[in-house]
Structure formats: C-alpha cells, structure tokens
Write a protein that binds this ligand. Structure first.
Ligand code: GLP
Length: 242
C-alpha cells in the first residue's frame, strides 16, 4: 500500500487526479472503475480542467461505476448515473456508450447484478478502480457484514449510511433502502486501486483499513491483500495513523 499524504481536500483532489490522468495518458483505452460521493468530486473537476487544457483524451476510455441506488431513475438528481454525467461525462469527450452504471430501475436485482458482473468481465476488468470510503469502512456499497460478498449484488443499506447520505435528499425517508453494488471480488479484480479520503470523519475508517485486522466488519480492510493500492488522503483523514 502506498499512502500519499495531502494537506487538505483541494490538495488531495489534485494529487488523485494526477494519478488518474497518468493512467489515461499511459493507456488511453483504459477501463476506469469510477466512484461517486462528495470525496471524488474535486478529482473529477481537476480531470475536466486537464481535458480543457488539452492534456487528456477520453475518446477511447471505458468506465464502470461501483454502485447505484435501487429504485432511482436515471434522471433523478441523486442517482449515481445522473451524478457521473453531471460531474464528469458531460464535460469531457467520452463516448457515453462506453460508460456503465448499474441500472437501479431494474426490479430483478439478481438479473441486473449478473448482467453487470458479466459486463465487467467482458471488458477484461478495470485497469484502475477509484474508491471513496464510508465512515463505517464501506467501499462501493459493501456494508460491514459477517462475510465478504464477491460479486455485484443487491445490498440493504445500513442506518449509518442512510443517515450519512440523507444530506443529499429532502429527508432521510427519501433515501433508498437498497442499492446494487460491485462486490469485494469485483473491486479486488482491478489491476490498481486508488482510494481517496478527506476529513476527520474518515480518520477511524482509514486507520482500520490500513492498520486493523482484515475483516468484513471493515470492508475496506480487504485492500491490504491487493498488490497495488494507493491511498490519497488529507492530514485529517490520516490523523490516527502515526
Ligand atoms: C456512498 C457511496 C460510496 C462512497 C461513500 C462516501 O455511500 N456509495 O461509494 O465512498 O458514500 O461518500 P462521501 O465521499 O460523500 O463521504
């Protein structure tokens, strides 16, 4: 594991964007595993800046997103499909046909998750997987559990995640209770992992991820077993690591 220490959120966003930009430059037809949440927003705006400056070309890039809320339509402003278009895809020269997010409107979760897992495999897996982290150590929507779940699956969100994500919705009751998420195996298949974290609220999760035992009660702790992980985190998020 390589840990890159950033001063603050802005610095974290620049440093993480540089790593993603290097991937796109070195392999212009990369398959990028992408993430949502407020943490990667700054990374995405830095990628847009680099594209506008003529430094990056997304024309051959393919993307697969980690997760999606079950039940939200693609035009819902809190769906992850909407987020990705709004924060990145609408602003760069990516072919939208090459972008993929699980379809939250599909009622048959098993079929949709199987389709998504097969899609990831048909692309040859991801070259780099971007991850945020939940305060409880979740990655994608892999919540703390008694075992690691390998493939893309439907998950019941924990109350702490619903509470944390309610800030984006009119009320807590409006937050979907279920989501489709890549599994731990789908994430671990990526050739490289880039995890971003910012703020005191992530300090315990980052400490447990890096220094704690590998346990499904802290899903991100499995990353200790991946051969190529970079964590870009700011001073607050790294404050418990001596
Ligand atoms: C959501 C997403 C995760 C994300 C997490 C943290 O639950 N499914 O992929 O990492 O929130 O979000 P934030 O970066 O807003 O703290």
């Amino acid at each position: 594991m390589v840990i890159v220490k950033a001063k603050n959120y802005e610095d974290m966003s620049v440093k993480a964007a540089n790593i993603m930009a290097a991937q796109i430059t070195l392999k212009p037809d990369s398959v990028l595993g992408l993430a949502t949440g407020s943490t990667p927003e700054g990374l995405y705006s830095n990628l847009i800046k680099k594209y506008e400056a003529g430094e990056l070309d997304f024309s051959k890039i393919k993307t697969v997103n980690l997760d999606e809320y079950k039940g939200l339509t693609r035009d819902h402003d809190q769906s992850y499909y909407y987020f990705m278009n709004d924060k990145l895809f609408n602003h760069v020269n990516i072919d939208k046909a090459n972008t993929n997010v699980p379809d939250g409107t599909k009622e048959d979760g098993e079929a949709e998750c199987a389709r998504y897992e097969a899609l990831i495999d048909s692309l040859g897996g991801t070259d780099i997987q971007l991850l945020g982290i939940g305060g409880n150590g979740h990655i994608g929507f892999n919540e703390p559990d008694e075992s690691f779940i390998r493939d893309t699956h439907c998950v019941k969100l924990t109350d702490s995640t619903i509470e944390a994500n309610s800030r984006f919705f009119a009320s807590k009751d409006d937050v979907p209770k279920y989501a489709y998420t890549m599994g731990i195996g789908s994430i671990m298949k990526s050739k490289k992992i880039l995890l971003v974290a910012s703020g005191k609220g992530k300090a315990k999760a980052i400490y447990d991820t890096v220094c704690g035992p590998i346990t499904p009660s802290v899903p991100a702790s499995i990353l200790q077993l991946h051969p190529d992980v970079v964590i870009v985190a700011d001073e607050e998020a790294l404050s418990l690591i001596k």
